[in-house]
Design a protein around this ligand. Structure first.
Ligand code: ADP
Ligand code: GLC
Length: 492
């Protein structure tokens, strides 16, 4: 097997910087790819936490003036990851959320910050670091969207490019006046370039110029080519459908392993389901929920945004209570949703409890202690929490969209089409359909044998990266072979 080298580029990476599933994917994929003969290095912004982790890193490049200030490119290892960090104090020496300032708004220079990251990636792709010249550059989400554009307009030869869309809702749009400041040539501002409804869109640039486009589930790959799901990109994605594919995410099964997880009250496996009870008790205690032995305990771990459909669950508070269920929610995001959940918890002590915030350890305990995990998303490119839920024996109750549709097999669906049911799905994404799903969950929960089977099926489903990473490896190999044939040189 010839070895193929890949430079991944992203704005987040677990365990150093994380706001959502993007970080999990970028952090877990390199180890899984290694098993397929792919050597990955990942370029990330030099945020304070990244620089702290790379204290003994080597300086590979420095420039006195790169997008408005002096920079260094650092190379080092952390937690098994081969990292490059763009140390640029004027752009990234800001603690906290990687995108938002202390006022909770996007930093005004986000365009420049991520144009610089993308430019550095393109330069590495063109051989700026002689010890590592990648065959392929893999750009994740809009923050890396200019990589394929910089390479398209740059020197030849160039590496192959892959653009992965983790979420089409975030398009990285900026004023056209910024074109030169982003380092893009005047001719790039056309409908066949980076122009997008009168703005510059970094995601559009990536989708337009990448050799291959991927998204994180096959169903989402189809949905985004429809006018309804395409969020303005449907036409372009349909035009490029021959190079677009959906590759399901996996999870890091060493981080998410109920048999070894340090954050649980008791560790367990599929053959020891009764041991979960201690985690349920610990979860109830942590959230201040009543110890009602027969109540189905629902868990939620989520960003609170329109995408996640959690307003539908609020609208179902009465159903939940009248069914005798309990709810433990961990989330943060929209002020309005946070406030509404807090008021609901206040009005129903012992039955509904909410932790507003971001807490990685508590997320593990919820997965291990909740009977079911609710994910009522309006759209979901893949979703990782339902995969963790499967692995931890929390039965997923999900809307029938995107990656949720691809990773959960509903009881009724399994009865018709065969296969082992792992959860409950509902559609359309409206409160009544969720109400129906909640009632169905309660019925199944009361049939202990069926419920155990659902949990067991989930826990024995393969949610790891191993096979899924193989799809990326095949894509990289195809691109690397083309590159070796030199046909990418001057081809665009
Ligand atoms: P998205 O990336 O759209 O937010 P995913 O389901 O792909 O959704 O990934 C979310 C990731 O973030 C999961 O690892 C989940 O456990 C984690 N997560 C989300 N909200 C919280 C929270 N409030 N506290 C801890 N972890 C969270
Ligand atoms: C995005 C999507 C989520 C996906 C994650 C990782 O944040 O919203 O569905 O799982 O990226 O690909």
């Amino acid at each position: 097997m010839t070895s193929v080298s890949v430079l991944a580029v992203a704005s987040e990476i677990f365990p150093l910087v994380k706001t959502g599933g993007l970080a999990d994917v970028v952090g877990a994929l390199p180890a899984a790819l290694k098993e397929h003969g792919i050597a990955t290095r990942t370029l990330v912004p030099g945020y304070p936490d990244v620089l702290k982790a790379l204290q003994s890193a080597e300086t590979l490049l420095h420039r006195p003036d790169f997008y408005g200030g002096p920079i260094r490119l650092l190379g080092g290892r952390h937690d098994g990851l081969d990292l490059y960090a763009l140390e640029a104090p004027h752009l990234f020496a800001r603690p906290g959320n990687p995108y938002l300032g202390p006022d909770g708004r996007d930093w005004p220079d986000n365009g420049i910050r991520f144009a610089a990251l993308s430019r550095m990636a393109a330069e590495i792709g063109q051989g700026a670091v002689s010890s590592f010249v990648p065959d392929v550059v893999h750009a994740h989400d809009w923050q890396a969207g200019l990589v394929p554009a910089h390479l398209h307009y740059g020197r030849r030869p160039r590496p192959g490019t892959v653009m992965t869309v983790h979420n089409l809702a975030y398009q990285g749009q900026f004023s056209p006046e910024m074109l030169a400041a982003f380092g893009l040539p005047a001719e790039s501002y056309t409908i066949h370039g980076v122009e997008y409804y009168g703005t510059i869109s970094f995601l559009k640039a990536g989708v337009q110029f990448a050799d291959r486009i991927t998204t994180v589930s096959p169903t989402y790959a189809r949905e985004i080519q429809s006018d309804q799901g395409g969020m303005g990109f449907a036409g372009l994605l349909r035009e490029r459908s021959e190079v677009l594919s959906g590759i399901l995410n996996g999870i890091d099964v060493s981080v998410w392993n109920p048999g070894t997880d340090p954050h649980l009250a008791t560790r367990f496996c599929a053959e020891q389901l009764p041991a979960r009870a201690a985690n349920k008790a610990a979860l109830r205690q942590r959230f201040g929920l009543d110890p009602s032995p027969d109540a189905l305990l629902l868990g939620v771990i989520s960003r609170l945004s329109w995408q996640k459909g959690l307003d539908l669950l609020l609208e179902n508070a009465q159903t939940l209570l009248s069914e005798g269920m309990q709810l433990a929610l961990l989330g943060s995001g929209d002020r309005d949703l946070q406030d509404r959940y807090q008021s609901l918890a206040h009005a129903n002590p012992g039955r509904i409890a909410v932790v507003i915030g971001y807490d990685e350890e508590l997320a593990h305990l919820i997965q291990a202690g909740a009977d079911a995990l609710v994910v009522p998303s309006r759209f979901e490119p893949c979703g990782l929490t339902q995969l963790c839920a499967l692995r931890y024996g929390a039965v997923p109750i999900v809307s029938d969209v995107g990656g949720l549709a691809d990773t959960v097999l509903d009881v009724d669906e399994a009865a018709v089409a065969g296969g082992e049911a792992t959860g409950i799905k509902f559609g359309p994404v409206v409160p009544e359909a969720l109400a129906h799903a909640l009632r169905k969950a309660n019925l199944l929960f009361n049939d202990k044998v069926t419920w155990r089977r659902l949990q067991h099926n989930g826990m024995t489903t393969d949610v790891s990266w191993h096979n899924r990473a193989g799809r990326y490896a095949a894509l990289y190999r195809e691109l690397a072979a083309t590159r070796r044939d030199q046909s990418i040189i001057g081809a665009d």
